[in-house]
Design a protein around this ligand. Structure first.
Ligand code: UQ1
Length: 461
């Protein structure tokens, strides 16, 4: 699951009159005033220069900027971080909020407090990218120039992608919620607790999402909650007060065959109905409508609880830029993380085209590769280190147990504890649950955002 990626809501580009002179040295801000032939008011816009500009202050942006800084090769303000957010969130924890195990407040940190004073922080939106001129335009009209650009702003949750969703989420009486947003995740557990009988539906869309396992993580926790409350009997689901359906846009429980098989078995054993290739498109009162992949007639189902995963997509400023591919993701080489079009542009994480599952665990493997290759490029060398597609998805299968999916490109398992101890990570375990619930949030806060954590490879200097 991917890390908070602070909301990098894209501002409409303010029509700033571009300054003609570079008026900043060493990151020092010097407003540029420009006059026409007649006397006009000075233009407030200014330009700043940095060796590296990092767009995004989430899991990727914080890891990368601090890993770069720790090399000891950069002076104050050589590296800049741009993000409009006040808070950075540990997003993998929002499933736990949905399960009543944590509060959303304990998973957020003031972004500015995490940024080393040696980094220049622009608490601004990005309006546009001009990779040909090595410039980033900010929402306030300022321009930021770079030698190397790291584009890691995450992706955007499109609540409007489902008709009626924004209204249903905002309505305290509607049993519709989502673990995918800070504003919406607090509604999930009360909604689960409130349900005494009826049909619960958990959805997963087609298209890109952060952490493709999360839509079912919350379902398994809810199932366990109802089971313990005597409202769900897996051995006789049709006679249970509550019935559970997993409605997913994709054809299987998970994208990796090994874990998909284990999760499909679990679904059948636990009496959960599977609606595959069903993509939620509209909510109207207690009715949910699903589009069918094969062009068949849409399906409408009644619900008494609906957990929704909205569609997600790139931020406008990325989609509309020349660094993006046709789907709007930053087009990068899948092993070097370097832009396929601009040698001084780099990307990992949710906003990138890296063909792997979008998670914070993936960032732990991607960030060191990007950093090594970017440092090499600053020294005039070509990319040396390669990313193998590592990502991970700790799937809560009940309170107290997690199936720890870890894999690389091609859906090939790459299990940290498998080879060494002969453990099959497709079997849910208590130790993985405590890693997910307690260890990873702690490691994230204490080490990952400071640039000293490389996931399964452990601590880095
Ligand atoms: C990880 O490093 C990490 O980051 C803090 C996670 O949090 C989201 C993870 O889920 C996983 C799986 C890792 C990988 C680390 C190990 C030790 C398996």
């Amino acid at each position: 699951m991917v890390p908070r990626i602070v909301c990098q809501a894209t501002a409409a580009a303010r029509s700033a009159t571009a300054p003609t002179a570079i008026a900043a040295l060493g990151g020092l801000t010097v407003p540029v005033s420009r006059r026409g032939f007649a006397t006009v008011a000075p233009v407030a816009a200014s330009q700043k220069n940095h060796k590296v500009v990092v767009i995004g202050g989430g899991a990727a942006g914080l890891s990368i900027s601090h890993q770069l800084l720790r090399q000891g090769k950069f002076s104050k303000d050589d590296i800049a971080v741009i993000d409009p957010a006040t808070w950075t969130h540990y997003q993998p924890g929002w499933t736990l909020v949905g399960g009543g195990l944590k509060t959303r407040e304990e998973l957020r940190m003031p972004l500015e407090s995490l940024i080393d004073p040696k980094l220049k922080f622009y608490n601004e939106q990005v309006a546009s990218l001009s990779p040909e001129d090595n410039l980033v335009s900010l929402g306030n009209g300022d321009k930021v120039a770079y030698e190397h650009l790291v584009v890691v702003p995450g992706i955007h949750i499109n609540y409007n992608s489902i008709k009626g969703l924004p209204e249903a989420l905002a309505n305290p009486d509607a049993p519709v919620s989502s673990i995918y947003g800070y504003d919406t995740c607090a509604k999930v557990f009360p909604t689960i607790k409130k349900l005494q009988r009826g049909q619960a539906i958990f959805t997963q869309p087609t298209g890109i999402v952060k952490c493709a396992g999360a839509p079912q993580k919350i379902m398994w926790l809810a199932l366990d909650y109802w089971k313990k409350a005597g409202l769900y009997d897996a051995s006789n689901p049709s006679k249970s007060p509550i019935n559970i359906t997993f409605a997913t846009g994709i054809p299987a429980m998970f994208g990796v065959p090994k874990y998909s098989a284990a999760l499909e078995k679990m679904r059948q054993e636990r009496g959960v109905e599977g609606l595959f290739q069903h993509d939620l498109v509209a909510i109207d009162g207690n009715k949910a409508t699903f589009a069918r992949a094969d062009g068949a007639e849409p399906v409408t189902r009644d619900f008494d609880l609906l957990h929704v995963v909205p569609k997600m997509g790139p931020h406008e400023f990325v989609k509309n830029s020349k660094v993006a591919n046709s789907t709007g993701l930053v087009d990068v080489d899948e092993s070097t993380t370097q832009s396929t079009k601009y040698k001084n542009v780099w990307s990992v994480g949710d906003a990138s085209s890296l063909p792997t599952s979008k998670t914070a665990a993936a960032i732990t493997a991607q960030a060191p590769v990007l950093v090594r290759n970017l440092l090499g490029a600053l020294d005039g060398k070509g990319p040396e280190t390669e990313y193998d597609g590592y990502t991970s998805c700790p799937i809560t299968t009940e309170y107290g147990k997690v199936l720890l999916a870890e894999f690389k490109y091609g859906g090939v398992p790459k299990e940290t504890f498998g080879g060494l101890l002969g453990i099959d990570q497709a079997v849910p375990r208590r130790a993985f649950y405590y890693m997910k619930k307690d260890m990873f949030p702690w490691v994230y806060k204490k080490f990952m955002v400071k640039g000293t954590w490389a996931g399964p490879k452990g601590f880095i200097r």
